[in-house]
Design a protein around this ligand. Structure first.
Ligand SMILES: Cc1cc2nc3c(=O)[nH]c(=O)nc-3n(C[C@H](O)[C@H](O)[C@H](O)COP(=O)(O)O)c2cc1C
Length: 405
């Protein structure tokens, strides 16, 4: 059965939703599913913007057939040549023998590498090129590294629709609700949108800034991303989030305490610190066990909060492996400009604290470390509580002051 939504005059969402896929990119859990968005423009020519993953390809084909009725598909614009948006290409080329594919030089190179049979059916576009399909004229804008090097976005100069590729996307299936104003985005979508952005595009903040600067000059009325809701209102809300995330500016004045604990003693310190902070009036305090929180959630948290407290046991003279992995992931995704606190635990030769300190200091950018570092020897005894209080004070004193505090 077809499942289509009208976006605006002449334009239809013809993508698909998937609740069965366990892991996006074979790594990120999808508790709320995922959508693959594909958009069909019905002008004097018919133009499809991107395709979908193989899992929902039949759904997309049925949707396209339903909207086209007996018309052929004339053009396919490929804004992003990642396979989750391209698995429909081959099938479309077979079904529509006159179909031509519009994309960038790099994108066609990738298409050939991935064995999509596009040869002889390509129209190459570059920055600033436009094509008219009747009433609608589309401008093509390069957006390299948002999130692959070949990416472009397409802008319909006639009605202000921006086909934004992976930018402004989110994990989560649409489940019938296409537009941002049909959902409570802040309540139901923001966490998954943050997890999507920070883990998928987070590394490329400077490139996201570049495309946002280009977008600022456009009269945008709709943003059509490749995953998640279509935006047709509240652009300031969305741009504010993207501005913060892409400049590594915290979204929330608050603390995420990430702990690694094998027997519960370090966990107990983390809980006590959380209680002390809450008592001191800090409203946003999150406590995460590094062993049972998926790293993609931890990455979303460290992008979100102004303060990160690392509380780790020493493990064979090193940092607990999962905590070490988190630090490596944070570095890989360019996390920076945070205020950090360190709590270490060791029973005979505590080392985790100094190693975390060195990592933050030498491997990462603009991480400000509170000088109230705390060493716990096996368990926190009452005579050490003053040191934990001092750490809590240091956190409260630097709240709202950014990483330069
Ligand atoms: C496998 C293993 C390796 C450890 N290696 C060290 C170590 O190299 N140096 C040290 O001081 N403590 C070491 N410890 C002790 C822990 O760092 C920590 O003090 C202890 O597990 C209590 O904290 P917890 O209850 O939060 O797990 C080790 C513990 C385990 C189980």
């Amino acid at each position: 059965m077809h499942c289509v939504r009208k976006v605006c005059e002449d334009l239809y969402w013809v993508g698909g939703n998937d609740h069965r896929l366990a892991l996006f990119e074979n790594i990120f859990p999808l508790p709320k599913g995922v959508s693959y968005n594909s958009y069909l423009l019905m002008d004097e020519k018919t133009v499809l913007f991107d395709t979908v993953d193989w899992d929902v390809c039949r759904q997309m084909l049925e949707n396209i057939r339903h909207v086209l009725q007996d018309r052929p598909l004339d053009y396919l614009v490929v804004n992003h040549m990642e396979p989750d948006h391209c698995e429909g290409i081959e099938e479309l080329l077979l079904r529509y023998p006159d179909l031509q594919v519009i994309s960038t030089e790099k994108s066609f190179l990738l298409m050939r590498q991935f064995n999509y049979p596009v040869d002889g059916r390509t129209i190459e576009v570059k920055e600033g090129d436009t094509m008219s399909f009747g009433r609608h004229t589309i401008a093509f804008v390069q957006a390299p590294m948002v999130h692959w090097p070949e990416v472009m976005v397409s802008y319909d100069t006639t009605n202000g629709v921006l086909f934004s590729a992976d930018a402004f996307g989110s994990f989560g299936a649409l489940d019938g609700k296409l537009f941002n104003d049909e959902v409570d985005f802040d309540r139901d979508w923001l966490d998954e949108a943050r997890r999507y952005y920070t883990n998928i595009v987070g590394k490329y903040g400077a490139h996201v800034q570049a495309i946002m600067a280009k977008a600022a000059g456009l009269d945008i009325r709709y943003i059509c991303p490749l995953h998640g809701p279509v935006w047709r209102s509240d652009f300031d809300y969305l741009f504010d989030k993207y501005q913060r995330w892409s400049t590594y500016t915290p979204e929330t004045d608050g603390v995420v305490i990430v702990y690694a604990s094998m027997y519960g003693n370090t966990e107990s310190v983390a809980q006590t610190l959380a209680a002390k902070l809450t008592e001191k009036g800090v409203r946003h305090v999150a406590v995460r066990d590094v062993s049972n929180t998926h790293f993609s959630d931890l990455i979303a948290d460290v992008f979100r909060y102004s303060h990160i407290i690392f509380a780790s046991v020493t493990y064979n003279l090193g940092i607990y492996p999962l905590m070490h992995n988190l630090l490596i992931d944070m570095k890989a995704l360019n996390v920076q400009k945070r205020i950090c606190g360190i709590i270490e635990n060791g029973s005979w030769a505590p080392k985790a604290g100094s190693l975390i300190h060195t990592f933050l200091d030498e491997e990462m950018k603009q991480m400000s470390i509170l000088n109230t570092e705390l060493t716990v020897v096996s368990s926190l005894r009452p005579d050490k509580e003053g040191e934990l209080d001092a750490l809590a004070e240091g956190i409260v004193d630097t709240m709202g002051k950014g990483a330069d505090a």
